[in-house]
Design a protein around this ligand. Sequence first.
Ligand code: FES
Ligand code: FE2
Length: 372
Amino acid sequence: MYLKNAWYVAAWSNELDQELMTRTILEKPVLLYRKENGDPVAMGNLCPHRFAPLHMGKRIGDTVQCGYHGMVFGESGKCVLNPHHGGVISPAMKVHSYPVIERNSLIWVWTGDEDAADPALIPDFSCYSADGFETIGGVMDVQANYELITDNLLDLTHADFLHEGTLSSDAITISKLETIEAGGTVWANRWCPDGIAPPVWGQLMQSQMGFDLSQKIDHWLYMRWDAPAHLLLDVGISPLGKPREDGVWVYTGHHLTPVSPTRTLYFWSIVRNHGLNDPEVDAFWKGSIEFAFNGQDKPMIEAQQAAIGNTDVNDLRPVAIPADVAGGRARRALARQIANEVKGIKPESGASPLDELLKKSAGSYAPVLPVV
Ligand code: FES
Ligand SMILES: [Fe+2]
């Protein structure tokens, strides 16, 4: 099931240049490139003549020439030159043109009705360029349904088991889960005060701040979800009772773009307040992502997908535990939005008043949301 009236991430800004590239979004191949002035273009990638992939053609100015029999398409997707039969251009000689926006170092593509493409529906990821923070990002190809990855991110109790020895902390497992839903947004928050540092976090605190690992810490993990699958985790550790600025503070972004029912492009980011302009800290975080996401989460989620085949996980009547609450809410919120779309109801805005509340809380370490 896909939400069509939605913005999906097609690429990181730095992946896109004037070369033609393609990404598959909601089972449709999309052609991506930058115009000579740098603006991004997104259009269908299959030539309407014999369905040759247009990314195998070439750029002519801001237009694209099919590499097979030479039809040329403009950025609006319409054929602007037909080298055959006296150059007659029929209305059918066009490909779909996707609304596209570049924001927060990402290329966002709208897959639904053009009239409904409202840029205000892009969730807030302005932290990617916040003062005092630095962002790195990448993309993974996961052979699994995007909602299985959403489930993984909204239930971080898996850290103590799947990420044993790196992100593990039994404090996460026993912490109280705060879930809250406002507008189209779901929050899944865990506050783990007065504990010991999980291994990866402790290593960072020690190397970046000379922190004594025998000291107690506070650990926070606040995950935000917006449809269809854009998640932002505000996470870190600080010395016991100290504000977040005094600790190792990170946002991790997760943008899940469905390729097919069993394949997802997973755009990730790490936004950090420490080791700015330090390639060693870049390498540390890239290595941690490689180890934890690529080496642990991905194989488990892919194995889960292989085990359930094409069946929806909820049709198998899974056993539920309290940690599943936030993931269940996100799944229901998405299903509601998909059902509304079928009925022609306008998309829900992801802009939540909680964003403001959380911005205000950024200098404090205490949880700000009520327990639901
Ligand atoms: S397939 Fe593109 S012009 Fe023939
Ligand atoms: Fe994980």
